[in-house]
Design a protein around this ligand. Sequence first.
Ligand code: COA
Ligand code: AMP
Length: 630
Amino acid sequence: MSYKQIYSAWQNDPTQFWAEAAAAIDWTKKWDSVLDDSNAPIYRWFTGGETNTCYNALDRHVENGRADQHALIYDSPITGQVKQYTYRELRDEVAKLAGVIRAMGVEKGDRVIIYMPMVPEAAMAMLACARIGAIHSVVFGGFASKELATRIDDAKPKAIISASCGIEPARIISYKPLLDQAIELSDAKPEKCLILQRPQQTCDLIAGRDIDWETAMQRAQPVDCVPVAATDPLYILYTSGTTGQPKGVVRDTGGHLVALNWSLANFYGVKPGDVYWAASDVGWVVGHSYIVYAPLILGCTTILFEGKPVGTPDAAAYWRVIENHGVNVLFTAPTAFRAIKREDPRGELIGNHDLSSLNALFLAGERCDPDTLNWATDKLGIPVIDHWWQTETGWPICGNPLGIEQVPIKVGSAGVPMPGYDVQVLDPVGNQVAENVIGAVVLKLPLPPGTLPTLWQRDDLYIQKYLSHYEGYYSTADAGFKDGDGYLHIMARTDDIINVAGHRLSTGGMEEVLARHPDVAECAVIGVKDALKGEVPIGLLVLNAGVTRDSAEIAAEVIQMVRDQIGPVAAFKQATVVNRLPKTRSGKILRGTIKRIADQTPYKTPATIDDPAILDEMKAAVETLGYGGE
Ligand code: COA
Ligand code: AMP
């Protein structure tokens, strides 16, 4: 069937469509209703059904002929290690780890925070929680203690699973002091912490609270999968909102299984037994959906890569991994390809490797610039697919469904909508705009299985943040347009979110940190264009009256504050002091105009501006940081 036929089949009978997709999942109890709309606008999928995610990801494959197939390959150029786990080995490790976690007092419905680097034990921890029905919440390792503490206080975990250290190319990150400090800062202190000691740097354990991973595993009794309701949460993943308070995106069990299984086969064009590599981090949604869950649910081999596209050791790292493990499909962020292209512009290193296994490259996480897409297509000679989705949706909204058919690739567009998503572009009063006209990109409710049913214990906030702008629609907070062929073009965020090297960050959250500096009266953080990372944040600071200290010193202090309070991943490295900020007459800071000045994109002086002369001051300020100019 063609893409159009499949999309129409979904449009004509969405519940039948998802019921058919759900047949690929093993249920311990079949659902009563496919879609439960009794509490609209909060919708639930497969209510009454029971299943277990870990069973679908591991045990059923062991039982059905994949026991000796590699389930997970850990490739770590940063430590010089490669380790393979068959489905049987992974199932056995996870069953034992689930025993350890249960012995720590964790039961079905309890939360467990996982704060780990890219080691196979991180994936095992996620699966082990799923096995006993505990709800995991993975926190990305590049976040500092305060960010971790915020998540601890919201999720109130019974236990935390962590490691002694993470390894970045230039340094070892001591995780344990960050964890200890986060627990110190939080009110909801966990009872137990399970700590994986890595040989590169071990850590001290706190008696009575911390448990050594290896010792506990030696004593552990394996446990079986616990059936949970399809609507029970599998995980919470915190994502940046417009303030420093992250939003706890909930993923439920049944819809997630169905959607990931469907999307890996039909969207990414992957078959059971294939080798699939999502070069991301388990701390992000890409890592949840396409490093850990989808490839295992479908019976593939997944690659867990602890390294970087460049510098571990060189710009051929991706090509080596593809060749060594026979990768069929690669998924990463455009920034990774920009990094490779910068070091190896002619793609000479590609020729040293046999990439014949590779069928397709998928890029997402930020807008893919045409140069990068064209370069990758030219050098690899395979379909290179830009696709668009969000932490909230958990799987692609738009793209090119290679598993169904390849529709024509349009460079600069995020592709066509997937079944499940009715994507519309609206004007401020909620009318659909004409073709090629930019508006708010929204999704008609209900959202498909696998997308967020709500925010963790905050239905009210979910409705307020996502569903209240246009009745009957989910607001994506992206602006864009649909062209005459129905392809979507995503142009910008409509809120304070920026994408730095594919990492989603809140400029509002950074402003909250800057505002805590005793000398700062007012500030603005803006995401400006960056050739490698897509966007990077810069800060403009207005100091309190009477402050006579050296401005450079204050700038350095706020930079350090963001690093300490949000984390190195914020990549906040530039700030400058200004006399004042441009505002509207009602006092709103004109961040968009400053951004346009810094990005050298044409702008009009806003009609509501308080004092137009200030824009010249902004020009001078961003020029001191290397932006703007003629
Ligand atoms: N733990 C601790 N620190 C981390 C970290 C982690 N898990 N991940 C990143 N950091 C640190 C880095 O060391 C760096 O610190 P520095 O300021 O001391 O140099 C900082 O956070 C920024 O990291 P990163 O965004 O990775 O930038 P980079 O300059 O080190 O590398 C790229 C740039 C493009 C090579 C890198 O971003 C990359 O590999 N991207 C791949 C795409 C990707 O994974 N996207 C995720 C969503 S799909
Ligand atoms: P995250 O939740 O980290 O996946 O970030 C989601 C946001 O990243 C989206 O709302 C977009 O703003 C942006 N994004 C992701 N993929 C794309 C893409 N292919 N094109 C444009 N923007 C994208």
